[in-house]
Design a binder for this molecule. Structure first.
Ligand code: ZN
Ligand code: ZN
Ligand code: FE
Length: 759
């Protein structure tokens, strides 16, 4: 019996080899009919004997191409039309505009095999790609995603490439960046002032330079990297000096998993992530003793590692002289990564000795994504290349909102129906370059998503660049969203939660509704509103932001808070080492309240403890003191933590660190080891948060808890707190797809704004 079915599919189904896949599946089953791209995805009709149609329909969702993602699939009956073949029909004109653009994808196995096959016509071609791999988002100028609207428009295809592109049975059918030696982009090696070096094949020459300890800026998928041999200590030190990056860890690219296995601790989940289509940087525990130059990731327990993901990377590593290469963003300190050849030479000529460039333009900048593994899952730390612009799928449709994020690790978010689009990592909006990147990302995102949001969500901090930008916009309804509410709403959105939840928002800094600096917050909230039910006790931050750079100041502030001027009588190394005059000036600042904002930040408490016990008194990068405090944990002692008190003040509970500091100072007097103290501090903090959760449940009856905020990048804290809360019978929700840090708050802002205005 013959039947005909119509199948409507939406999701990421264009530009990922979906039509050739359907073509193959239909012809294998002797079905006739067609497939065409539509506004929402693809539209299919198939006709044939009932069994064959059934087999087609059951295999379809199970065998989709690796990069496809189906969000809905609807089947309906159609009358037979007795067509004679299966055809790929041209896209319906003007309808492609709401379709999703794929993120960039690491080189696939088929292309890798061709790259090193001397008989292949693309042997050693640095831009080989196919429908299953290659650049996508970063080469887009406009939509629809079509070669003419990408930076590949500059390279008309040769007849061989065109034939592949037109053939639905070919792996390169409609692969927009398709190219070869004859028609595609090429690589050049330049010196530091941008003069081309005529050295035959530039790739072996680059390997030679790297092996000799030179710093080479290498143009990648989403921007330039600065590359240097990770085994060469003086070269790594020189890169640090030139980049003005004192201690912040560098990421390492190594040729194979086997090589990474020598450097750090791999498990099944991390192996899977490292080889996934996105090829993120993964933060993994180092193996001891360390094998790399100590300057790669000093004082750090973890190492950021990734595998080669462009053909160019594979060609560099094919030469066995390189076994591990530092690959760090091509920028000076926190500026955006360079993407254009001339711009790279202009901005990086004092950092790099040479430039390995090419003439395929990068149109949208995207840093490498950074992830870590916890609880058997990959967790986003910096969601960028390989993930953007794939949407976060929401539980329900929301109004279209543009949310502009926070000041640090900025991302923006645009919602469209059930999809929320988080932008790539934009960075810290403290310099002009980042600010330009921010405004161009807003414009670019609206263009490729074809959304003109009428609602604008922003952080309450009056001095944030993005907030000031938001307040200057006209024609949009504006909604200010509290920073920690945004964190929790982001976690709710990712986990498809509705209704009221308890939120633990723990981080460094966020503007509170009372004008103080929040960051150790227990909220009760839904998507629209929040109530602050508990928080860490306020302490002054002497010197404001100077106290962030100098954790020593927070240690003094906490000691003064709990011991007053008796702090001078404490017989502990920290106090003995204090400069009396400078410290007294700081105490006067605290007493007068001048330039000493009050904070309830968890980050600052961790900083204070780190400084007090002699781990880190000044930091070179964000959260360094807390990271090193976690790294110091020695679990060999007992599990009892330091005590904290919880007291009631009006409607709120205040988490009081007085007993903590009493006990901690006592341990220091008795010369208890730093690692033991760090462990007892972490355990005590987990314990008091568990008690706070019980109190809130007692008052509200709620038993769902969301954990969000940058402090949850602390694996010890996140794992132990989750365990503890689950033991107490709570349902605990955490982040995975969306960063728990400030890179994730734009999503939460968007959800809060959409819900407030929907009511
Ligand atoms: Zn491929
Ligand atoms: Zn060609
Ligand atoms: Fe935050």
């Amino acid at each position: 019996m013959v039947c005909r079915k119509a199948v409507e599919i939406s999701g990421i189904v264009q530009g990922v080899g979906f039509r050739p896949f359907i073509y193959r599946l239909a012809t294998e089953n002797n079905l006739t009919g067609f497939i065409t791209n539509t506004a929402a995805g693809v539209s299919i009709e198939v006709e044939g004997v009932a069994d064959a149609v059934a087999s087609f329909l059951s295999r379809l969702p199970k065998e989709v191409p690796p990069l496809a993602h189906i969000t809905s699939l609807v089947v309906a009956d159609r009358p037979s039309v007795a067509d004679t073949e299966f055809r790929i029909l041209p896209s319906r004109v003007g309808e492609e505009r709401t379709v999703l653009i794929s993120p960039d994808v690491a080189l696939c196995h088929d292309c890798l095999a061709e790259l090193f096959n001397p008989r292949d016509r693309r042997f050693r071609y640095p831009f080989i790609n196919c429908t299953n791999c290659g650049p996508r988002y970063t080469i887009v100028r406009d939509i629809p995603y079509d070669r003419a609207k990408t930076s590949m428009a500059a390279f008309p295809m040769c007849p061989d490439c065109q034939r592949e592109y037109d053939d639905p049975r070919d792996r390169r059918f409609h692969a927009q960046p398709n190219a070869c030696w004859n028609c595609g982009p090429h690589v050049e090696l330049w010196d530091r002032v941008g003069r081309r070096i005529d050295a035959g094949d530039p790739i072996p020459k680059t390997v030679e330079l790297l092996a000799a300890g030179q710093i080479v800026a290498v143009k990648g998928l989403g921007g330039f990297h600065l590359a240097v041999d990770a085994m060469n200590e003086p070269a790594v030190a020189l890169l640090r000096e030139r980049k003005r990056r004192v201690e912040k860890p560098f990421a390492i690219m190594a040729p194979t998993l086997a090589r990474l296995d020598e450097l750090c601790q791999l498990d099944e989940v991390s192996r899977g992530l490292l080889q996934s289509p996105a090829h993120p940087i993964l933060l993994l525990k180092k193996k001891q003793p360390e094998r790399l130059a100590p300057f790669v990731a000093p004082f750090n327990r973890d190492l950021g590692v990734f595998l080669p993901y462009t053909p160019l990377h594979h060609l560099l590593f094919a030469d066995e002289r390189l076994s591990a290469v530092v690959m760090t963003s091509g920028n000076i300190s926190e500026e955006p990564i360079a993407i254009d050849n001339a711009e790279a030479v202009e901005r990086l000529h004092e950092l790099a000795d040479y430039f390995l460039v090419h003439n395929r333009e990068i149109l949208l900048r995207a840093d490498d994504s950074v992830m870590r593994v916890a609880g058997g899952r990959g967790r986003q730390v910096r969601r960028s290349r390989g993930y953007v612009p794939a949407p976060i799928f929401l539980k329900e449709e929301v109004l279209p909102v543009l949310a502009v994020g926070g000041e640090l690790k900025n991302t923006i978010c645009i919602t469209r129906g059930r999809e929320a689009f988080l932008s790539q990592h934009i960075g810290d909006l403290e310099n002009l370059e980042s600010y330009k990147f921010f405004t161009s990302t807003v414009a670019g995102f609206k263009r490729i998503l074809q959304v003109e949001p009428k609602i604008l969500a922003y952080d309450l901090h009056p001095d944030y660049f993005c907030t000031r930008w938001a307040l200057e916009q006209t024609g949009m309804e504006r909604v200010g969203v509290q920073h920690h509410h945004a964190h929790i709403a982001s976690c709710m959105a990712e986990n498809h939660l509705e209704g009221r939840v308890i939120g633990f928002a723990l981080d460094g800094t966020g503007y509170g509704t009372d004008g103080h600096v929040w960051g150790g917050e227990v909220l009760v909230c839904d998507h629209g509103e929040f109530e602050r039910v508990a928080h860490l006790d306020y302490v002054p931050m002497p010197g404001g932001s100077a106290a962030i750079l100098e954790p020593r100041r927070m240690a003094i502030s906490y000691l003064f808070r709990h011991f007053g001027r008796d702090l001078w009588k404490l017989e502990i190394p920290f106090v003995r080492a204090l400069d009396r005059r400078r410290t007294e000036n700081l105490l006067k600042l605290i007493e007068s309240g001048v330039n000493s904002p009050l904070t309830s930040s968890a980050g600052r408490l961790f900083d204070a403890v780190s400084a007090l016990i002699g781990i880190r008194e000044n930091v070179n990068y964000e959260a360094q003191a807390a990271i090193e405090l976690e790294a110091a944990i020695d679990e060999s002692g007992q599990d009892t933590g330091y005590p904290f008190a919880i007291r009631e003040a009006g409607d709120e509970w205040i988490i009081d660190s007085h007993p903590l500091f009493e006990a901690l100072v006592q341990d220091m007097r008795e010369s208890v080891a730093t690692g033991i103290i760090s462990h007892k501090f972490h355990m005590g903090f987990v314990d008091v948060m568990g008690r706070a959760a019980d109190l809130v449940r007692g008052r509200t009856g709620l038993d769902r808890i969301c954990l969000s905020g940058g402090s949850f990048q602390n694996c010890f804290l996140s794992q132990h707190l989750q365990q503890r809360l689950e033991q107490q019978g709570f349902q605990v929700f955490t982040h995975a797809e969306v960063p728990c840090g400030d890179g994730g708050i734009s999503l939460g802002q968007a959800l809060v704004a959409a819900h407030r205005l929907a009511i």
